[in-house]
Write a new protein. Structure first.
Length: 277
């Protein structure tokens, strides 16, 4: 690979591994990140991690490893992230916007570039089963790597390598006028449903809401569902909530929008409870 200065655009992107099981894979991920200028890695516990074994696979990865962050839950690992993409190969019951790595790269860079204090994240699941539905509920959209249908399974480190490569190419091309997307265009292309609601692109009108704020909004929405249907079962509420999560996340809500919706949901729940007294 040519000796190219690392693009600052990549510093706002975090690779998140949800409970990785094989320390060799973690080493491969660290090496792939070093190859393509990514410097921020978060591990969700329990995570297979042994510094000596990781370094055996990730030559000269010491600097990155000093910055590895470890979290007790996925929600905490994503709490400060404004934009989250999850990787999956399997079809899911809840409809999420699907993107290829080439589509995902400019969207991640654009989201990370909106505010240096609010990173974007690309999320990978455990090697044996990938991301579960609860994890995907935290994502704005999902990334699927096209593969042969006869052999679709990718190793964790391979998957990170492919997406890291696309991020590197997109970051290197951002300085070229003909390829440099603004935030609205990149997010609009990545999330067509949200873009169609705003005339083809998302307006650049403020920072994206972070994970903790989004989860507070969804907690308030869940309370609304229970107050509207107090006698239903948890399965139906969870299914409805998952579908509504996907709809709201496709809109890539901003800080003020999430604050407004949270207040609205809290108000609806309280008014409903008052009427039922």
């Amino acid at each position: 690979m040519p000796n190219v200065e690392v693009s600052p655009a990549l510093h706002g992107i975090i690779v998140v591994l949800d409970r990785p099981r094989d320390v060799a894979n973690v080493g491969g991920v660290v090496r792939a990140m070093c190859n393509f200028g990514l410097s921020r890695l978060r591990l969700v516990e329990p995570a297979a991690y042994d510094e000596e074994r990781v370094l055996a696979a990730a030559h000269r990865g010491t600097r990155l490893m000093r910055r590895v962050e470890r979290y007790p839950s996925l929600e905490l690992a994503l709490a400060d992230c404004g934009f989250v993409l999850g990787t999956t190969a399997r079809p899911r019951q809840v409809r999420h916007e699907r993107m290829s790595p080439r589509q995902a790269a400019p969207a991640l860079l654009a989201a990370a570039g909106r505010d240096p204090a609010i990173p974007a994240a690309i999320l990978f699941g455990p090697e044996d089963r990938g991301l579960d539905n609860e994890a995907l509920n935290l994502c704005h959209a999902v990334v699927t790597i096209p593969t042969s249908p006869d052999f679709s399974s990718l190793n964790l480190a391979q998957a990170v390598l492919l997406i890291a490569y696309e991020l590197w190419l997109a970051a290197m091309n951002r300085g070229k006028p003909e390829r440099q997307p603004d935030v609205a265009a990149a997010l609009g292309d990545a999330l067509p449903t949200a873009a169609s609601a705003t005339g083809g692109a998302l307006p650049d009108d403020g920072p994206l809401a972070q994970g903790a704020a989004r989860e507070a909004m969804f907690a308030a929405l869940e309370e609304v569902l229970w107050t509207l249907h107090p006698n239903t079962d948890a399965g139906r509420v969870n299914q409805t909530l998952a579908r509504m999560r996907a709809v709201l996340l496709r809109a890539a809500p901003r800080v003020e929008e999430v604050r407004m919706l949270t207040a609205l949901f809290v108000h609806i729940a309280r008014e409903r409870e008052r009427l039922l007294r």
